[in-house]
Design a protein around this ligand. Structure first.
Ligand code: DGP
Length: 112
């Protein structure tokens, strides 16, 4: 599903430019415009759904595929000594974009 009002759907469709580092049939990875670490990437499924709590069997398979690919993508983009994955779910976590995404943070030692 695509949501025409969603900024990440617009990035996926190419309507808004982004610094893409990876794309396949299921998801894209691009640089975060407000980086919180030396390397800050966002892994975003092409199927629009807002929250981790919206996962069903098919979406869980996509998420599993993403998690399997992320180590290689992180390594190729400068996460030499490790990295952190973050999913913000909902207001209390500060989620601002209501299209599920995995933050990939690294490229330097990270404070907790
Ligand atoms: P979250 O708080 O988990 O919803 O994080 C959303 C992230 O998305 C935030 O770190 C900034 C990033 N972001 C928002 N708009 C854009 C955009 O237009 N392009 C890119 N590359 N990143 C964006």
């Amino acid at each position: 599903m695509i949501d025409n009002n969603c900024i990440f759907c617009k990035i996926i469709k190419g309507e808004i430019p982004s610094a893409k580092v990876y794309e396949d049939g299921e998801f894209v990875v691009f640089k975060d415009v407000e980086p919180k670490a030396e390397v800050h990437l966002l892994a975003v499924p092409k199927d629009h759904f807002p929250h981790l709590s919206d996962l069903d069997g098919e979406r869980a398979e996509v998420l599993s595929h993403m998690l399997a690919k992320i180590p290689q993508i992180a390594a190729e983009n400068g996460c030499v000594g490790g990295y952190r994955l973050v999913i913000n779910q909902g207001e209390d976590a500060g989620q601002t974009v209501r299209h599920l995404h995995i933050h990939i943070l690294g490229g330097e030692p990270l404070a907790w």
